[in-house]
Design a protein around this ligand. Sequence first.
Ligand SMILES: [Zn+2]
Length: 80
Amino acid sequence: MNLPNEIIKEIIFFLPNEDVFNIYVTNKYINNIFDEFMINNIIYRDHPVTFNVIGNFCMYCNLKLVFLSQKTIFGTCNHL
Ligand SMILES: [Zn+2]
């Protein structure tokens, strides 16, 4: 990896939760980047309400409470 950690953190911040989980599991180098501050950033950031493959509310990707409004964005993931 030639990218500095700060740029990798910025890239991870804009990824959907499913991709963040996949990066966290697969790469040991990036796994060291996830400190407490980074994890809190991911948990409390704005993220679309995610539904899984069969159309149910995804319990893995939706990390915080969801309040539906006119501006709510919906997304999908590949979890079951
Ligand atoms: Zn999911």
